[in-house]
Structures are given as structure tokens and as C-alpha cells.
Design a protein around this ligand. Structure first.
Ligand code: NDP
Ligand code: GDR
Length: 373
């Protein structure tokens, strides 16, 4: 029997890498679209890379871009996948205020390009389509918790672009009978999370500070509240959404929320560090109260290791997001398996391991440079 084929846009990203692993385990032939860059950008998928010269590879990469319709059409025509996962996006909310037009081109029109290519090739009845929709659609929340029926109110160029992508996916389902669905996923994180999203920024910076490689972690709005899950759990739901009898849109969330400040405290505790908050607003600081164990040898009582930098405030903020995953629980059997404490532990372990390696190299006179956001 022929192998099922899946095509993933955004395969080099956090979710793309977990989804590719998951689909390979399921026996799929997995095709991924990656952008050309001046450096390798495949760090997250190098461990599953297969040399195309080897016999019968099951993981294949294609150069492409969501801004390039002819390229998308050609790849789809060559691969003829049964499932397309559109995970590619300019996915950083703050950056979307700096590059709103590009964000719209990739996140909104890119989705249309992909759907039109499927239709143009006559594949709309044979190819199922997953759109990476987002809790950012709820923005200025109209109902707590947010579910599939909660009205949208996007608060950034990113969210507005994703709103278009959401509706064009629904429209292709209704207009052409295509199996196309939206996963409205709340924030999900992992050790593979991009370094400038707040969770990874926190675990990476605190690990570096604990090892004496950085001095202070600068953050924006620490009152923001998010419903954080683990990316590995969430990609399984992306696949399940494409295995139903009928295409439907689903919220995927844990149903529990925490503030950015609470995330910082939890990560610090993983390093054996207790923090006290001093000051308010842009004067707020996280000061070390005690250090236990051997994970933070560079830290001393009274040291300030967290501070606010207003440059990280957003022109319009999404203050609070909390999902209600009841529909996914009932119809997909969704149960979040990773608690926030477990998620933070895994991320801190990973970043501490890296920080210790850097610190060791530095002690032995090697130049270690890494970017600090
Ligand atoms: P990442 O930022 O980690 O990955 C984004 C991927 O999109 C990368 O592979 C990136 O390539 C690729 N990409 C960016 N621009 C283009 C382009 N012009 N053409 C083709 N590919 C492009 O995001 P995540 O993995 O975290 O998220 C996956 C998707 O899910 C995104 O669409 C995101 O908006 C959405 N989402 C994410 C949530 C989360 O909490 N993680 C929650 C809800 C939705 P490169 O590596 O070259 O930069
Ligand atoms: P978000 O994630 O905007 O929810 O989008 P991010 O981690 O960037 O921000 C979460 C909240 O933390 C606040 N914050 C900071 N954020 C960043 N990045 N850096 C900081 O220094 C900082 N300080 C405070 C933010 O203001 C915000 O309120 C993510 C992305 O993955 C999207 O692609 C996805 O659609 C949504 O999650 C669901």
C-alpha cells in the first residue's frame, strides 16, 4: 500500500519539527518546505534529516516560501500530499507591528496561495488542510474562557492576518467542500521554542544568569496571562483534526492560565532561586532572596536579576487568554498531559545544560558569544 504523504509548511519551526517527528512515527512520507537562508536554519530537524541519496527516504525538504505562489503550486504538484499542515508564518506578535505588510503577505495571503494551489491542481477533494490558527484571534477577550464560538477581536497585525487565514480556510470548506480546518491553539512551548518568545527568553536568560553568563533579564508586561501547554502534545491534535469524518475547528488549550511573572518565579525556583518583587510598573525588579543547590553558582542574595524594559511593551497588548478545550476533549479525546511545572522543568533543564557548557568553555578561555534579546 502506498504511504500517506504529508506536506508541512514551517517545518523548521517549533511545531513543524515536532509534527514531522510525529508523522514519521506514524509511517507517513513527510515533505517539508524550508526557506533559503544564508545560514542553515534546520537545527530543529537535523536529528530526523535523511540523506536523499539513501534508498527510499521518508523525510524530504523542498525550498519554498509562502510568498511565492508558483513555487507552492509546483511543490504541491510534485508531492501530491493527502494532508497539508500550514504552520509557516511570521509568528512573532511584537515583530508584526514592525513588519505588518510582510506579516499579512505570509500569514494571510500565504494561506490563500496554498489553498488556491490545492484547488487549481484539482486536489480539493483528495487533500486535507490544517490551518495553524491562534488564540491571538480573541485578543481583547469577549468571553472567559474562550471557546470556538467566542467572537474574535484581534489586537495586532499578526492576529489580523491570522483572522483572514482563519476565514479563508472556513470559506474553502464551505465553498468547495474541502476538508479544511482551523486549530485554534493557545500558546504552546518547549525547549525548541524560538528564543524571543517570552517563555524561552525567560528560561534561557535565567539559566545564563545562574551560570554567570548574563547579568539581568529584561521583560515587558509581566502581568500578561497566558494558557501555556507543551508543543509536543499540541501537534498530535493537529493530526487528529485531519482524521475526523468531517472538518471542524477546535480550540486546543489547557484551561489553566498563569502570568508572565509567575512563569519567571517557577523557572527561578527550578534553578534553586527564590525571588522577591520590588517596585511597581516600569520600576519593578526581581531580587534574589535565597539560592539553594548548585544550579546557580553565580547568584548572590540581594542581586537584581529581572527588570522591566518598556521597549518590550506592545502598541496594543493581549492581557489575558484562557482556553476552554471542551469540544476537543469530547470529540478528539484531548487531555493536556504536561503541567506548567513540568513544561518549565523541561525547558530549564535544556537551557541549563547549554549554559553550563558555555560557562565551561568560557572558563577554559574559549570565546562564547550568543545573542541576548
Ligand atoms: P515558529 O516561529 O517556530 O515557526 C514558524 C515557521 O514558519 C518556521 O519554519 C519559519 O521558517 C516558517 N516561515 C516563516 N516565514 C515563512 C515564509 N515566508 N514562507 C515559508 N515559511 C515561513 O512558529 P511555531 O512553530 O511556534 O508555530 C507554528 C504555527 O502555529 C505558526 O503559524 C504560528 O503562528 C502558529 N501558532 C503558534 C502557537 C504557539 O504558541 N507556538 C499558538 C498558535 C498558533 P524559518 O525557520 O526559516 O524562520
Ligand atoms: P504571544 O507570545 O504574543 O502570546 O504569541 P509571547 O511569548 O511573545 O508573549 C506572551 C506575553 O508575554 C508578554 N511579554 C513578553 N513577550 C516577549 N516576547 N518578550 C518579552 O520580553 C515580554 N515581556 C512580557 C507579551 O507582551 C505577551 O503578553 C505566541 C506566538 O507563538 C504566536 O505565534 C501565537 O499565535 C500565540 O502565542 C498564541
Amino acid at each position: 500500500m502506498a504511504r500517506r504523504k504529508a506536506l508541512i509548511t514551517g517545518v523548521t519551526g517549533q511545531d513543524g519539527s515536532y509534527l514531522a517527528e510525529f508523522l514519521l512515527r506514524k509511517g507517513y512520507e513527510v515533505h517539508g518546505i524550508k526557506r533559503r537562508a544564508s545560514l542553515f536554519n534546520t537545527e530543529r530537524i537535523d536529528h530526523i534529516y535523511q540523506d536523499p541519496h539513501e534508498a527510499d527516504p521518508r523525510f524530504l525538504l523542498h525550498y519554498g516560501d509562502l510568498t511565492d505562489a508558483s513555487n507552492l503550486t509546483r511543490i504541491l504538484a510534485e508531492v501530491r500530499p493527502e494532508e497539508v499542515y500550514n504552520l509557516g508564518a511570521m509568528s512573532h506578535v511584537a515583530v508584526s507591528f514592525e513588519s505588518p505588510e510582510y506579516t499579512a503577505d505570509v500569514d494571510a495571503i500565504g494561506t490563500l496561495r496554498l489553498l488556491e494551489a490545492i484547488r487549481f491542481l484539482g486536489m480539493e477533494k483528495t487533500c486535507r488542510f490544517y490551518q495553524a490558527s491562534t488564540s491571538e484571534l480573541y485578543g481583547e477577550v469577549q468571553e472567559i474562557p474562550q471557546r470556538e464560538t467566542t467572537p474574535f477581536y484581534p489586537r495586532s497585525p499578526y492576529a489580523v492576518a491570522k483572522l483572514y487565514a482563519y476565514w479563508i480556510t472556513v470559506n474553502f470548506r464551505e465553498a468547495y467542500g474541502m476538508y479544511a480546518c482551523n486549530g485554534i491553539l493557545f500558546n504552546h512551548e518547549s525547549p525548541r521554542r524560538g528564543e524571543t518568545f517570552v517563555t524561552r527568553k525567560i528560561t534561557r536568560a535565567l539559566a545564563n544568569i545562574a551560570q554567570g553568563l548574563e547579568g539581568c533579564l529584561y521583560l515587558g508586561n509581566m502581568d500578561a496571562r497566558r494558557d501555556w501547554g507543551h508543543a509536543r502534545d499540541y501537534v498530535e491534535m493537529q493530526w487528529l483534526m485531519l482524521q475526523q469524518e468531517e472538518a471542524e475547528d477546535f480550540v486546543i488549550a489547557t484551561g489553566v492560565q498563569y502570568s508572565v511573572r509567575e512563569f519567571v518565579e517557577t523557572a527561578a525556583r527550578e534553578l534553586g532561586v527564590e525571588l522577591r518583587w520590588q517596585g511597581q510598573g516600569i520600576e519593578e525588579k526581581g531580587v534574589v532572596v535565597s539560592v539553594a543547590g548548585d544550579r546557580a553558582p553565580a547568584l548572590r542574595e540581594g542581586q537584581t536579576i529581572v527588570a522591566v524594559d518598556p521597549k518590550y511593551f506592545r502598541p496594543a497588548e493581549v492581557e489575558t487568554l484562557l482556553g476552554d478545550p471542551s469540544r476537543a476533549r469530547e470529540r478528539l479525546g484531548w487531555e493536556p498531559t504536561t503541567s506548567l511545572a513540568e513544561l518549565v522543568r523541561e525547558m530549564v533543564e535544556h537551557d541549563l545544560h547549554q549554559a553550563r557548557r558555555h560557562a565551561l568553555l568560557k572558563r577554559h578561555g574559549y570565546d562564547v558569544s550568543f545573542s541576548v534579546e
